[in-house]
Design a protein around this ligand. Structure first.
Ligand code: KG4
Ligand code: ZN
Length: 339
């Protein structure tokens, strides 16, 4: 029975998981979101985020334990995200989980947030098959060749803005509330994705890397040319969204073919986007490749995915020393074996 805490950005989250026969059983996954607080500032304010984590973490852990009818004594290991993320936010969850582990004299596992996203599509089955993982979040855009649990090779990443970051920045340009991703998706529904020909970056030397900053600038220039951008909101959103999705889908399918994968996964906050899900699934089907999507509750930041990564860690490696610290820039490669 593992209790996991996620606090890398602006969601305080707690989950409880155990292995029930072959399959993982997620007993509870609670999220206390601060989005309404940060919306006022148009983005996440680290100082505000960590203060709120510190206030919310204790009652949320208590609620997770109470909801499942357990006592803290029933928990056999504790886990928390140790990076990547905002330093002050990470510290709250990590210190709290280490404190619980120290008090109960139980093992502790520090978890990589990106590994949480990467493995989240398999929480239901509990088994990690070989696949190509596309992670699209607010801070990262990663293409990862996965041979098995713990065997990851980074084959593509963004060289500037992450996909979610591009959605959020363009959302701000369009005066939409934070976070921009869901807002742009909503407005894009009534728009023409071909109304504006926004660029799709081609990176000759690194064909599986992504770049979204040129696209962001192209949207800005286009807005300066339009008299009343709000009147063209749907077309701008649809055309911008199509450019992001086009780049993500084309490179992912090409990478899957080159690395011989017949399974692609889609995870991270931007994986909520229905048009992205549909576009990736259709293109993959045409290429004879399957797509495993992430259940909606595990897509944006949550502790369920951290708990699942911790369950696999507990089954596959030794626990971490309680002196382990946070690492705001923790990369997948630094923590994991590359084949
Ligand atoms: O994984 P996540 O919750 O946090 C990070 O680890 O970064 O991802 C948050 C990101 C934000 O940039 C948000 O705008 C984006 O996911 N997002 C979306 C959608 N829902 C969330 N982007 C596009 N379409 C959506 N429906
Ligand atoms: Zn995330």
């Amino acid at each position: 029975m593992i209790l996991a805490i996620e606090s890398s950005c602006d969601e305080t989250a707690v989950a409880l998981i155990r292995r029930n026969g072959k399959k993982p059983e997620l007993l509870t996954s609670l999220i206390s979101s601060q989005i309404d607080i940060h919306r006022e500032y148009g983005g996440v304010v680290p100082e505000v985020a960590c203060r709120n984590h510190a206030q919310r973490i204790r009652p949320l852990v208590q609620q997770a334990v109470d909801d499942t009818g357990l006592a803290l004594d029933d928990i056999t290991a504790f886990a928390a995200t140790r990076g990547p993320g905002l330093a002050s936010s990470l510290l709250v969850g990590l210190a709290y989980a280490k404190g619980l582990a120290a008090a109960a004299n139980k093992p502790f596992f520090g978890i990589n947030h990106m590994e949480g996203h990467l493995l989240s599509p398999f929480l239901e089955t509990g088994h990690i098959p070989p696949h190509l993982g596309l992670i699209v979040s607010g801070g990262h855009t990663l293409l990862i060749d996965v041979q098995a649990y713990g065997q990851y090779r980074l084959i593509g990443r963004t060289i500037d803005d992450a996909a979610g970051e591009a959605f959020d920045k363009v959302g701000r340009m369009l005066q939409l509330p934070y976070p921009g991703g869901p807002e742009i998706e909503k407005h894009a529904r009534g728009g023409d994705p071909k109304a504006y020909a926004f660029p799709r970056a081609v990176l000759k030397d690194a064909p599986f890397n992504f770049s979204f900053s040129g696209l962001k600038t192209a949207v800005l220039y286009q807005l300066q040319k339009i008299d009343d951008p709000q009147a063209h909101l749907a077309d701008i959103c649809a055309s911008f969204q199509a450019a992001v999705i086009d780049a993500l889908v084309k490179k992912t399918i090409r990478a899957a073919k080159e690395y011989g994968h017949s399974l692609i996964t889609l995870s991270g906050g931007v994986a909520c986007n229905r048009t992205l899900q549909e576009s990736l699934t259709t293109s993959a089907e045409n290429a004879g490749i399957k797509v495993q999507l992430t259940p909606p509750a595990l897509t944006t930041d949550n502790a369920g995915m951290i708990a699942f990564a911790a369950l696999l860690a507990a089954e596959n490696r030794t626990a971490d020393d309680l002196n382990i610290g946070i690492n705001p820039n923790l990369s997948l490669a630094s923590q994991m074996k590359n084949p």
